[in-house]
Design a protein around this ligand. Structure first.
Ligand SMILES: [Mn+2]
Length: 343
């Protein structure tokens, strides 16, 4: 395997792709997470600083997690909804932390991407076109790739930008404990010296609404254990992020090697996969469990999928849950293990 450190920097190619542009739009996947917001924030800083362009980060969907909302608030990360802007006003386009062709990623009609910076395994059907493309699947966070660009240029990273990039690396690599490359470590240490640690603490431990705890009670009641697998479908949820959040918590359960959680939000069923070890890639498990339904992505021990449903009726939901459950048990060889309730 090639190491990221030995490769020459591609930041000059990236800058060339935006040569002569005046207004750059940065896009990401729907429901942006810290790595996409941090990566976008860092890329905006880079392009503004080096090329003097004006930049905008536009998103689709919603931001649900209290941590992510606090990140936006505490760091003043300017975000606009894609539906609120006129895409024709921009003459440069970048995409971070995802690639055109993923189900959770939207490229506005007529937009030709100048740059794609990501760390996910490309979509099965191949990624859509872009002039510059830097996709490194051995790197744990898009924020690390962007930090690498900033370090290669010797740019002084302001505390707000450093904090956003650092938080993106922290969440995608679980504090450098999973999917970590030498670049992630180098970027993390570089940013740690520049980040606003007070802001970082407030982002990591935000206040939570009472409803958050109610949803967790429902999740705990719905959790079933099959040997080394813990599985939970939340049914209909008002917050699709809770699916991933609960998966992270459940992985801490003693004796668990695999966690699969799911929940329906607005006609889409979201699935999260977590694994404790690299016995098998989360991505390949999702491919088998989905069996052609919906779209999925991931790397190493973390994966996610979304399955659009024809309707959000309880019947349609129950049928999907049953299909996924059976394929999951078959895929992990836990079909004969009786289910136990968590609580
Ligand atoms: Mn990421």
């Amino acid at each position: 395997m090639t190491t990221t450190l030995e490769k020459p920097s591609r930041v000059h190619e990236l800058l060339e792709a935006f040569e002569g542009r005046r207004r750059v739009l940065v896009l990401s996947h729907n429901n942006p997470d810290p790595d996409s917001m941090g990566g976008g924030f860092g890329l905006r800083f880079l392009l503004e600083k080096r090329l003097g362009v004006s930049t905008t980060f536009a998103y689709r969907g919603d931001i649900f997690r209290a941590e992510n909302l606090e990140m936006v608030r505490a760091l003043g990360i300017g975000l606009v909804r894609l539906e609120d802007i006129d895409v024709a006003r921009f003459d440069g386009f970048a995409m971070v932390d995802t690639q055109p062709g993923f189900g959770h990623t939207f490229v506005p009609p007529g937009v030709r991407l100048d740059a794609v910076v990501d760390h996910h395994i490309p979509p099965a059907k191949g990624a859509g076109p872009s002039v510059f493309r830097d996709v490194r699947t051995d790197v744990g966070a898009t924020c690390s790739i962007v930090t690498g660009y900033l370090m290669d240029l010797g740019l002084d990273i302001p505390p707000r930008v450093a904090t956003a990039l650092l938080y993106g690396i922290r969440t995608d690599t679980a504090d450098l404990s999973r999917n970590t490359s030498p670049l992630d470590e180098r970027a993390y240490l570089h940013l740690m010296q520049r980040a606003d640690r007070k802001a970082l603490a407030s982002i990591a431990q935000p206040s939570l609404p009472a409803n958050y705890f109610k949803v967790f009670r429902k999740a705990l009641n719905a959790t079933r254990i099959h040997g080394k697998l813990a599985v939970c479908s939340l049914g209909t949820t008002e917050n699709p992020e809770i699916v991933a959040e609960y998966a992270d918590l459940l992985l801490r359960l003693e004796g668990t090697e695999w966690v699969v959680t799911g929940g329906l939000y607005k006609d889409t069923y979201y699935v999260s996969v977590r694994a404790k070890t690299y016995g098998r890639d989360a991505w390949s498990l999702l491919r088998e469990v989905l069996d052609g339904e919906g779209s999925y992505g991931g790397h190493g021990t973390v994966g996610g999928a979304s399955i659009p449903l024809e309707d959000d009726s309880p019947r349609t939901l129950r049928r999907l849950e049953r299909r996924l459950y059976q394929r999951l048990l078959d895929a992990l060889g836990e079909g004969q293990t009786p289910a136990k309730r968590l609580i």
